[in-house]
Ligand binder design. Structure first.
Ligand SMILES: Nc1ncnc2c1ncn2[C@@H]1O[C@H](COP(=O)(O)OP(=O)(O)OP(=O)(O)O)[C@@H](O)[C@H]1O
Ligand SMILES: [Mg+2]
Length: 469
């Protein structure tokens, strides 16, 4: 078990922070791992993380500490995920892309360009040992799509809603997402540029190029061993989250305000998953609410298990953002306690090295489909999947979305019919109450006779007493 690597990065103060708040800072560095944070009430809290990058820290330092080891492992078929998290305008996209994905100098290059460069450099040094194929995909949870609850493919916007599937053998899969083969850094950057141009951006007062979407960069690195024909695959995911924001501070209103609420909601879902993963006794399997948002669903494997993970908590050092910085740091401290068990994935495809027969038919088909995916298009794979299910070769590689929506359907239908039954019951109760009231009144009237009845009763009793006396 290893822990998640958690680092904090404090960006340089912005001109607005200088102008509005002089040079007040809420952070005092102690060393490369520890700093003192001063909150709104001037109370001091000491934080210790795996590494702290202060205002002057170069992009290369962040890459070398945070991303390089994970990239190296991914080339060796150990999955890895790198996430930038923090308040809007805190430096997440800057850390990921630098000032621009293509037009930035060596010094300013972000994690993305450095990871791609480093990965191809490592691959070329291993050419004698294995043949590598790298594929890139860029799913994005943009805000408009959040509302209609869909996941977008930034490399092909014509694909509407990317389905999330879960299989026993491969975990979470994004069915039908475009995976472009990339053979060198330049080609990868070209595709990244196309994808990023499609990423939704809006404007807030706080950050004029604010990311209004959570964007993930998936690099799937497959190695075919020259010696023994084994195939291994490592998945490297870089995630640039959209930033949380306080509407009153950023001046967000209308559509932008709605977007901010949606972003905050999905980030809360991420926080809830991390809380669930890090609280409770490890022996007790507790419920982890991955399904509460698409973001946590896409990151399920990275958060919950077979993946190395690094989190960069991006913060403003200005006193004006102290409360947001504190909440980002608390998020990071919590994530530090997630336990991960990354291990190399491996598929053997030589006949003598087939998987043990204990694998189910569905699992085997899943593996065959995955293998074929490397050679033929996703559409063909989808068709094959349907044919397999239709012919009864596999039961179903169920789409989680389908199951979820069917479940929601049944739940809402049940609720509807229950509500109808309650309404009918209420009407019946009302009717019965009215009838009951009428009967009671009638009974009372029968018990208490009118003046004529009273007189006749008096006469008959007088008459009786007269004859008996
Ligand atoms: N380490 C840094 N060095 C220099 N400038 C930085 C640094 N970090 C951030 N900036 C600048 O701060 C501004 C906001 O950064 P960025 O766009 O990365 O924020 P963000 O966290 O991605 O915000 P959002 O959540 O709104 O997308 C940008 O102008 C960026 O260039
Ligand atoms: Mg951003």
């Amino acid at each position: 078990m290893s822990n998640v690597t958690v680092c904090a990065r404090f960006r340089p103060r912005s001109s607005k922070e200088f102008r509005d708040h002089n040079d007040g800072v809420c952070v005092r560095g102690i060393d490369a791992e520890t700093f003192v944070f001063q909150d709104d009430k001037e109370d001091e809290l000491t934080f210790s993380l795996d590494r702290v990058f202060y205002e002057e820290s170069p992009q290369a330092a962040v890459y070398e500490f945070l991303a390089l080891p994970i990239m190296r492992d991914a080339v060796n078929a150990i999955n890895g995920t790198i996430i930038t998290y923090g308040q809007t305008g805190a430096g997440k996209t800057y850390s990921m892309e630098g000032p621009g994905i293509q037009d930035c100098d060596e010094h300013n290059k972000g994690l993305l360009q450095r990871v791609v460069d480093g990965m191809f450099a490592q691959i070329s040094s291993l050419q004698d040992i294995a043949r590598y194929t790298v594929k890139l995909s860029m799913p994005s949870l943009s805000i408009n799509e959040f509302i209609s609850n869909s996941l977008r493919d930034l490399l092909d916007l014509s694909k509407g809603n990317i389905q999330i599937k879960e299989t026993k053998t491969q975990g979470i899969l994004l069915s039908g997402v475009t995976e472009v083969p990339v053979s060198d850094s330049a080609e990868a950057l070209q595709h990244l540029c196309t994808g990023l141009a499609n990423r939704a951006v809006g404007e807030t007062q706080m950050n004029m190029s604010s990311s209004r979407s959570h964007c993930a960069y998936f690099l799937t690195i497959q190695q075919d061993s020259v010696k023994d024909k084994r195939v291994k695959t490592g998945k490297l995911i870089l995630v640039d989250l959209a930033g949380s924001e306080k509407a009153d501070k950023t001046g967000a209103e209308g559509r932008v305000l709605e977007e901010a609420k949606t972003i905050n909601k999905s980030l809360s879902a991420l926080g809830n998953v991390i809380n669930a993963l890090t609280s409770g006794s490890p022996s007790k399997a507790s419920h982890i609410p991955y399904r509460d948002s698409k973001l946590t669903r896409v990151l399920q494997d990275a958060l919950g298990g077979n993946s190395r993970m690094a989190l960069l908590c991006c913060c403003s050092p200005s006193t004006s953002n102290a409360s947001e910085t504190l909440s980002t740091l608390r998020f990071g401290m919590r994530a530090k306690h997630i336990k991960a068990s990354p291990r190399a994935s491996e598929v053997k495809f030589a006949k003598s090295q087939e998987e043990p027969s204990s694998a189910t038919k569905d699992e085997k088909c899943g593996r065959i489909l995955e293998k074929m995916k490397e050679r033929i298009s996703n559409e063909d794979i989808k068709m094959l999947e349907e044919v397999f299910i239709h012919e009864g070769i596999i039961s179903s590689l169920d789409s989680v979305e389908d199951v979820e929506s069917a479940y929601e359907d049944i739940v809402s239908k049940t609720i509807q019919s229950l509500q109808q039954a309650i309404e009918e019951l209420q009407l019946k109760v009302q009717k019965l109450e009215t009838e009951n009231k009428g009967i009671q009144e009638q009974a009372l009237r029968n018990q208490e006779p009118g003046p004529v009845g009273k007189m006749s009763r008096f006469i008959s009793s007088w008459y009786a007493s007269f004859f008996t006396s």
